[in-house]
Write a protein that binds this ligand. Sequence first.
Ligand code: PLP
Length: 437
Amino acid sequence: MTHVNQDLFDRARTVIPGGVNSPVRAFGSVGGTPRFLVEARGPHVVDAEGREYVDLVASWGPAILGHAHPEVVAAVQAAAARGLSFGASTPSETELAEEIVGRLHAAGDSPLQKVRLVSTGTEATMTAIRLARGATGRDLLVKFAGHYHGHSDGLLAAAGSGLATLSLPGSAGVTEAVASQTLVVPYNDEAALEAVFALHGDQIAAVITEASPANMGVVPPAPGFNAFLIELAHRHGALVIFDEVLTGFRVDPAGYWGLSSRAGDVYQPDLFAFGKVVGGGMPLAALGGRAEIMDLLAPTGPVYQAGTLSGNPVAVAAGLTTLRLATDEVYARLDAVADKISTAASDALSAAGVAHVVQRAGNLFSFVFSAEPAHDYAAVQAQEGWRYPALFHSMLDQGVSLPPSVYEAWFVTAAHDDAAVDRILSALPAAARAAAE
Ligand code: PLP
């Protein structure tokens, strides 16, 4: 038995808070030793002890083609050879913006006309909020409990992802003044949203919502909920920010908005935030919307935003190549793999007598350990979440890497071939039995 991962973790903790550069990586809610990864290729990751795992984390979403796709790596190498960062405009930034805008236009009557590239999803949502405040001249922001939009101050109220994993209501260091400008509403609750608008409607700049939440586990919007919230916000002169950082270009070529539009559920948010897939595994994200709103950004407008590494040429090469390779066949494969794994996991849990519900939005899925589906954060928190660590560790011992928290989606890639899927399926029965104990 080697202790390489444990030794690396111990060493990291002496110079890095908690030994990690993003909290969920510390295995806090599942216990045990985090795996330190040294390589990722196709559907697999390899840890510092040389053990290979079939991966269902996919770098938390970006790797839809699988890890280190040869054409993406080649594009990154070619871009790097031409220069790592120019701090000036490049032709490929416009190509990426055109690709993003074009994808949504191909899916329906898209409100997305202009795009600004940034480096992280946090920046994309943070800037979208500043833009909404600048456009409306109002201060208040409405967010939903359990939705995660990154770690900027005003968005750390009742947030999902790492805050859910650590059971934190918010973050220390966020001032009362900032927190008081974020109104938190239970998700999928039309009456609660109406009540907030009845009280504060003329002061609300924007509602920010995950297009389909996946940071408290997967909790899809109730039929008609996105259209309802957009109509309500617009009636009160507020904007709607559609956070597609996680869903964008993953659940459909045009994200969750595209998936909905193709299904006839037509609605028009004002601003979009994208991240993860759009950067193909490199630090790149984007916000976009109608031209008259986006042109309020500097240098054409009064809302300031900037970035030394915004539109970085190496990151743009990764994003653009990933999107160009993400054909309809890729999305069909993602759906098929998600079907197989979610069905097999559900069958295994049923056979082991574990009450659960598969929660699903396109190819994103997760499980709640309860008899009823969860439609909001309170229901997700009330599940038998204590079952997850045993399931997680059984899978890990059998060579399958799941997200280390019950509050995260399982991410498939198009590189999950039949051999990788079979390895997952054969590990599930024992893991489900472990969850039953
Ligand atoms: N919005 C959503 C829906 C996310 O899932 C995330 C990250 O998980 C973010 C925003 C923040 O993105 P980043 O981690 O790139 O800052």
